[in-house]
Write a protein that binds this ligand. Structure first.
Ligand code: PGA
Length: 246
């Protein structure tokens, strides 16, 4: 299984270094059996990739700029993330979509740039509570997914991860039921295979993944892994989630 730890903006760079150094041995052990990807803040990324060198733990960016280089003050390119040791990068996390107005086309452009920089994009999609309550989930997911598929199809590598993260589940302690999730993941798999038969992909779930919710979430099919926010900052909790699959 794949486990992605999204540290968000919760740790300073020295705190992230201490956290990873303290748990390095166990991270490395977990990564012998599963794919473990840590997404720290951009300033911590270079140091963490050095600390993790020699282990199978991978590093990812949390977002990237909308260009690969140039006069874009304050932006961090996917090329730079790759040069600092990242091999993955999130695109379209719901916090980026809702707080920074990153719309579907902008997310698709980032997914393409991430691949062009040599990384694997972890593209996030998910409906709001209003959209859930008006039974629009599948329609919204298709609208979010289609431009990403079109963008990925134009690249040489044609590989991406897709993380379904219902916005109302992020940080709320609430998760969809296993049967809702199975329906959604079957829909995503079918849609990707129909629209883009040549693209290779992994399906992830994110939103209030914890040691309490994992037993329900573990029964979802088809699913390749989890994107974990809050629980990734409590190492024992993160370890319990991964250990559930051992
Ligand atoms: P959460 O966050 O696990 O704290 O709900 C998930 C995410 O934002 O990726």
């Amino acid at each position: 299984m794949i486990f992605i730890a999204n540290f968000k903006m919760m740790l300073t760079t020295p705190d992230a270094i201490n956290f990873v150094q303290k748990n390095l041995h166990t991270y490395a052990t977990l990564a012998n059996q599963h794919k473990i990807i840590l997404c720290p803040s951009a300033t911590a990324l270079f140091n963490l990739s050095k600390i993790l060198q020699g282990s199978s733990v991978a590093i990812g960016g949390q977002t990237c700029g909308s260009n690969l280089s140039g006069a874009f003050t304050g932006d961090i390119s996917a090329t730079d993330l790759a040069a600092c040791g990242a091999t993955y990068c999130l695109a379209g996390h719901s916090e980026r979509r809702s707080l920074y107005n990153e719309h579907n086309d902008a997310v698709a452009t980032k997914a393409k740039l991430i691949i062009e920089a040599g990384l694997t994009p972890i593209t996030c999609i998910g409906e709001t509570l209003d959209e859930l309550e008006s039974s629009s989930t599948l329609k919204i997911l298709e609208q979010q997914l289609t431009p990403i598929l079109q963008a990925v199809a134009t690249t040489k590598k044609k590989e991406f991860f897709i993380a379904y993260e219902p916005r109302w589940a992020i940080g709320s302690g609430r998760t969809p039921t296993a049967s809702q999730l199975s329906e959604i993941f079957s829909f995503l798999k079918k849609t990707i295979q129909e629209l883009s038969p040549n693209i290779s992909f992994k399906l992830l779930y994110g939103g209030s993944v914890s040691s309490k919710t994992i037993s329900t979430l573990a029964s979802i099919s088809p699913l390749d892994g989890f994107l974990i926010g809050g629980a990734s900052l409590d190492f024992q909790e993160f370890q319990k989630i991964v250990d559930y699959f051992n």
